[in-house]
Design a protein around this ligand. Structure first.
Ligand SMILES: *Cc1c(COP(=O)(O)O)cnc(C)c1O
Ligand SMILES: [Zn+2]
Length: 418
């Protein structure tokens, strides 16, 4: 039997279960197994399935709360102040597909979220659960996008936020976070240093919910909504291949969990799919482990322009390896130069301006095709998880005006550009 903290409403969630040993603990702010220190994840007893579930989803709001029956959130979540992300576009990428020789390519464009990255999904779920669990402050250690999402969601919810970032973060991510208000602390250290610090602070501050630390099991579930939206946008189908960027690896593993749930609940046919992971070579611990055939991940010291993916010790690394190996996918990494080419390629072919993480994904897509690991005839979805306006420095010395002229017709004609 499992217990739920009395009086809490976290929907169909019934317990936290250990991913290593399966031990169950009551729903609450725990994130590590007391038996074996393995990570905990949310377990459910879903109340709806099949046509009934599909009807409930389709009658829901145009944001992630349409999937509330599949998330660890209160039943009244849609009417509680929150950032309400989701319903982002699945763009048919005809031009990029043609250029790369892919017959059936889609871009899930998560730059359309309220703070322009996929992190709004995980923060929205963490906020909803954290309030239900009685937390008063929303906090996080961040590689950049999470900082934006936490500060904005806390502002909307009318609660305090405390955000920790590496002091060398992109200016665009520092200033936008600061604009939402709340406490912003720049730390002279990398993400892994800050994550360690956050764990220490979380142990002291009982009413602070560090979204990706002490309420991480709830936060992580938000990424399932990417899988739900892709399947629903395709007319309730699972695509054959998906390419996903990896930082901690949480998103990739939860997209797999989302597809698995949809098939088990009868919303989609149980068709095979392959999940591919994308990293920047300058921070590619999961890719290195995959290529070495290991089932563990050796931490690295990150050195890449893809700062949003710069986690040297990825918490979900081993589980990414499980998913990729089980589904028949792969993990690949690309240089910073290829990342910039990826950003430019997507912008030039589809009019989608991605941040460095999106550049990683596009460049990895290209590399996986070139090495024959991806099937060019299979239906493929790649994730653009963030907005290029936040990482302008990456392309600053690559693009600019075609010409700079005086405001006269003569000057224009002299350029030969007519
Ligand atoms: C955080 C982040 C990711 C990946 O997150 P995980 O930690 O692997 O879940 C991907 N893209 C962007 C833009 C991000 O900010
Ligand atoms: Zn355990």
């Amino acid at each position: 039997m499992t217990a739920v903290l009395s009086g809490t409403d976290l929907g169909a969630a019934v317990a936290l279960s250990c991913r290593e040993c399966g031990a169950r603990v009551e729903l609450g702010p725990s994130y590590a197994c007391t038996e074996c220190f393995g990570p905990l994840e949310v377990a459910y007893e879903f109340r709806l399935r099949g046509d009934e579930l599909r009807a409930a989803i389709e009658a829901g709001p145009q944001n992630i709360w349409r999937y509330a029956p599949l998330l660890p959130v209160p039943s009244h979540v849609a009417s509680t102040p929150n950032i309400n992300p989701g319903a982002t576009k699945l763009v048919k990428a005809e031009n990029l597909g043609r250029e790369l020789g892919l017959r059936n390519l889609w871009v899930k464009d998560d730059s359309g979220n309220p703070t322009h990255s996929f992190k709004d999904r995980v923060v929205a779920v963490a906020l909803a659960a954290a309030r239900e669990l009685g937390f008063k402050v929303l906090a996080c250690p961040s590689t950049g996008n999470l900082a934006n999402a936490v500060a904005a969601a806390a502002a909307r919810a009318g609660i305090r936020s405390v955000v920790f970032i590496p002091s060398n973060l992109e200016q665009q991510k520092i200033l936008t976070t600061a604009a939402y208000g709340g406490t912003l602390i720049a730390v002279d250290g990398n993400y892994d240093d800050i994550n360690r610090l956050a764990g220490q602070i979380a142990a002291e501050q009982e009413d602070w919910a560090f979204v990706n630390v002490n309420v991480r099991p709830f936060y992580a579930e938000g990424s399932k909504t990417l899988a739900y939206e892709v399947a629903e946008s395709l007319g309730w189908r699972i695509p054959q291949q998906v390419v996903i960027p990896i930082a901690s690896g949480s998103q990739l593993t939860k997209v797999d969990k989302g597809f698995t749930e949809l098939a088990a609940l009868g919303l989609v046919d149980d068709t095979p799919y392959k999940i591919f992971g994308a990293q920047a070579t300058g921070c590619s611990p999961v890719s290195q482990a995959y290529k070495a055939g290991q089932d563990f991940v050796q931490p690295v010291r990150p050195d890449t322009i893809a700062k949003s993916l710069a986690i040297g010790n990825p918490a979900d690394g081993p589980y990414v390896l499980d998913v990729v190996n089980r589904t028949g996918g792969a993990v690949e990494d690309v240089t910073d130069e290829e990342v910039v080419e990826g950003i430019q390629l997507l912008a030039r072919t589809e009019g989608i301006f991605a941040e460095t993480a999106g550049g990683v994904t596009v460049a990895v897509l290209r590399k996986l095709l070139a090495t024959g690991k991806l099937d060019p005839d299979a239906e493929t979805v790649i994730f653009n998880t963030g907005d290029g306006l936040k990482t302008l420095d990456a392309i600053a010395d690559k693009v600019g005006p075609t010409a700079t002229i005086k405001p006269t017709l003569d000057a224009f004609e002299a350029t030969g550009l007519a």
